[in-house]
Design a protein around this ligand. Structure first.
Ligand SMILES: [Zn+2]
Length: 265
């Protein structure tokens, strides 16, 4: 995985809480990651005088693809993504392990990360990875199509990247995700610090959807199911011992879904 130059990453808010990512390489050449809405992305591209050269789509949900027709009408560039996104406008189907050569930006490696959807992809470029709705900052996507086993395997694959890799995810969910993380691990001081840091970022109007894998491993419960303290907390939630990682992950996911339901009351 090579980059032509260290890219500049721009985070563009779209819809209510989605992000589109712009990866700016040499001479304004730019890759667009996901396409939930076109107008704010076009405005960001024009104001920065960027030059789109490709689009990468993580998965087929509308809030990641519905801006694609307008984006491609404006910028007729190749659109790479999973097979299920064909009707949404993907014209270059990508599979796990595929390398996508993008002149002036670099070589992007596709990583299959199913669980949220069956053919969800993440994209690795140098020390950055774009994770869509698989690994979130301090959380993970809900299991709409896939299984807990698939999502755990996907998160393990992402966690195997270098610790100084920066993840960039598809939603501004960090505050809510950390509320659950602090509930599940009340004695984890790094989670408490991240709660404070995230609140300051949000108060300043800044996005919090990027973080290093090192930070995620310390504070994201979905990357920590093998930690004894969290495992005991999951067992307490379930009311019985768990000796299987997939079962622990599935129960943690249930626990968060329960917690979110209660939080909405
Ligand atoms: Zn989604």
């Amino acid at each position: 995985m090579s980059t032509v130059t260290a890219p500049t990453i721009h985070c563009i808010p779209v819809l209510s809480d989605n992000y589109v990512w712009l990866i700016e390489g040499r001479d304004g050449a730019t890759v667009i990651v996901d396409a939930g809405e076109a107008a704010p992305v076009i405005a960001a591209i024009e104001s920065r005088r960027l030059r789109p050269v490709a689009v990468l789509i993580t998965h087929h949900h509308g809030d990641h693809v519905q801006g694609l027709p307008d984006l491609v009408a404006r910028y007729p560039v190749p659109v790479h993504g999973p097979e299920s996104c064909g009707r949404a406008g993907v014209d270059h189907v990508v599979v796990d392990g595929q390398q996508i050569e993008i002149p002036e930006v670099g070589t992007v490696a596709a990583l299959a990360t199913p669980g949220h959807t069956q053919d969800h992809l993440s994209y690795v470029l140098g020390k950055d990875v774009f994770t869509g709705d698989s690994l979130f900052t301090a959380g993970c996507g809900r299991l709409f199509e896939g299984t807990a086993a698939q999502m755990l395997d996907s998160l393990d694959r992402l966690a195997a990247l270098d610790d100084d890799t920066t993840i960039h995810c598809g939603h501004e969910y960090t505050t809510d995700s950390l509320r659950f993380a602090a509930h599940a691990e009340p004695d984890n001081a790094k989670i408490a610090t991240r709660v404070t840091d995230t609140a300051a970022c949000r108060a300043a109007g800044d996005p919090t959807a990027s973080a290093s894998l090192a930070v995620e491993k310390q504070t994201n419960p979905f990357l920590r199911i093998r930690e004894p303290t969290l495992r005991r907390a999951i067992e307490a939630y379930v009311g019985q011992p768990i000796d299987d990682d997939i079962e622990a992950f599935a129960q943690l996911r249930h626990w968060k879904d329960d917690f979110d339901g209660l939080a909405r009351l």
